[in-house]
Design a protein around this ligand. Sequence first.
Ligand SMILES: *[C@@H]1O[C@H](CO)[C@@H](O)[C@H](O)[C@H]1NC(C)=O
Ligand SMILES: *[C@@H]1O[C@H](CO)[C@@H](O)[C@H](O)[C@H]1NC(C)=O
Ligand SMILES: *[C@@H]1O[C@H](CO)[C@@H](O)[C@H](O)[C@H]1NC(C)=O
Ligand SMILES: *[C@@H]1O[C@H](CO)[C@@H](O)[C@H](O)[C@H]1NC(C)=O
Ligand SMILES: *[C@@H]1O[C@H](CO)[C@@H](O)[C@H](O)[C@H]1NC(C)=O
Ligand SMILES: *[C@@H]1O[C@H](CO)[C@@H](O)[C@H](O)[C@H]1NC(C)=O
Length: 559
Amino acid sequence: MFQTTLHLLFVLVVTGRGLAAPSTPTGWQFNLKAERSGIVALESIVVSPTLVVFFDRATNDPLQINNHSAWGALWNLETSTVRALDVLTNSFCASGALLSNGTMASIGGDPNGFPGNPAIHPGTQAIRLFEPCDSPTGEGCTLFEDPVTLHLLEKRWYPSSVRIFDGSLLIVGGMHEETPFYNTDPALSFEFFPPKESTPRPSEFLNRSLPANLFPRVFALPDGKVFMVANNQSIIYDIEANTERILPDIPNNVRVTNPIDGSAILLPLSPPDFVPEVLVCGGTQTDTIDPSLLTSQTPASSQCSRIRLDEEGIARGWEVEHMLEGRMMPELVHLPNGQVLIANGARTGFAAIASVSDPVGGSNADHAVLVPSLYTPDAPLGTRISNVGLPSSGIARVYHSSITLTPQGNFLIAGSNPNNNSSVTAGVKFPSEFRVQTLDPPFMFVERPKILSMPKKLAFGKSFTVPIAVPSTLAHPGAKVQVSLMDLGFSSHAFHSSARLVFMNAKISQDGKSLTFTTPPNGRVYPPGPATIFLTIDDVTSEGAWVMMGSGNPPPTLE
Ligand SMILES: *[C@@H]1O[C@H](CO)[C@@H](O)[C@H](O)[C@H]1NC(C)=O
Ligand SMILES: *[C@@H]1O[C@H](CO)[C@@H](O)[C@H](O)[C@H]1NC(C)=O
Ligand SMILES: *[C@@H]1O[C@H](CO)[C@@H](O)[C@H](O)[C@H]1NC(C)=O
Ligand SMILES: *[C@@H]1O[C@H](CO)[C@@H](O)[C@H](O)[C@H]1NC(C)=O
Ligand SMILES: *[C@@H]1O[C@H](CO)[C@@H](O)[C@H](O)[C@H]1NC(C)=O
Ligand SMILES: *[C@@H]1O[C@H](CO)[C@@H](O)[C@H](O)[C@H]1NC(C)=O
């Protein structure tokens, strides 16, 4: 208890100083990286230090490959250019993650093709693999698909997925067919990739949380169990015992999963106890799901609800606080210093396309929120959320947009397309958005610490010493040093599957030239797989080092 209090005070002091700093021209900035990317980045995932995979639905994107519109591409973080990927199956509203061997798996999608694009196969049972790519430009790296032999057990549009303790994916929910608004043909089950058994596991939670339970928000907890939120309900799922423990509902009738998209994030885990806490923000209060009774002008909820997932925290239940505005489809993304970026979304309406009584163009949502906020988990309740010093993006990012932290330490923001296809641009309030931006934290414009080298592979529960360079501005006794081990997540539909930040005990040597840190004890605290390590000194973050946490072996497969 004493230690916790000390830690809290320390963080508060530092945070206070950060917030009080005058906003200068080198503060937070949005920067336009591409005017026309050629593809709507509906989903994004960082797959190497320089590459991000973008997926769109199979539609009429201008980017071409093999004589048809592309719906997958590699975004190059160094050159801000795209290289089209030839995708077989429709990746519309899919999920995904990195596996323990570094392979990216994208799963699920849409059953339909698109007129004039003959290359599309149904995506509902799709598994799309992108093997680790050593080429900084993605040269020679392709997506692997074999719909006949490599597919999910059940059809899933709008599923979620999370990497678990053995490095495989737990795949959750979704629906079998394309439906216009909510879950009318549900996949009420879990399965694994690679599979652990030959049939899906039925889930009562998914049945209870109908009908607004698409893209459930799911998190691997440090004891190996999985926390899930869907609609206004939450559970802890024990994978090994196949049991669900019901937790309290999200308070005040607020619903938080598609088509009522709030978002959720697992707050940073810290040694020695790694006690998990989950924050859920946005969504809306409603009792009906009938789209003809809903409007694009219905205010979104500003509510954030937070729960600590130990026995005491569960007994206490959800603690409520409020964002500075209501948000439908907010994005919650980790910063390496433990803060959470709240970005994007809209002040009113709902997710999905052209289904409520008064869509704006194709958008079920209106009043895009352009100014992000920061959430500081260790600050006292009521003071955690601020947008001081944060600029306006100038670009609406509503339905079908994505955002990810990059290995460089800034955020890559792309997409937005609440329309029937990718050619809706003229005279529409929320057009198909091809502009790609970064949101650059203040540390991008000052001298930053550097991690000079890092082993490619790190074992669990071990100490490592690596060479670093600390700028003189940050070399002072008492500096706040943080070393974070992060999964940057798979961004789709206002959720970042598998996103994770685990702080590591760390110390800088007296001469300031080396850093010693201790990796998490096991794969439950950080599921084995790719990770990015950042060094932050007094809120100035280094570029990340891309590592493999664990053996790098493939996840177990069914015998
Ligand atoms: C693309 O179209 C051109 C012209 O019609 C044709 O020559 C070429 O073989 C086509 N390429 C592919 C990969 O189908
Ligand atoms: C879902 O719940 C309903 C009633 O609440 C029940 O009738 C139905 O059998 C359940 N379906 C599944 C697949 O569990
Ligand atoms: C959650 O939703 C259910 C079904 O609409 C409702 O009965 C229940 O009261 C809600 N829970 C809370 C805490 O608002
Ligand atoms: C988009 O398609 C849906 C279904 O076909 C249709 O109802 C809607 O009017 C279309 N939206 C626009 C803006 O054309
Ligand atoms: C794209 O969607 C718009 C709006 O719904 C529609 O007018 C247009 O015909 C569509 N284009 C194609 C190629 O389907
Ligand atoms: C990683 O594991 C997956 C699942 O078993 C497999 O499909 C993929 O080929 C593996 N990749 C590598 C590089 O071993």
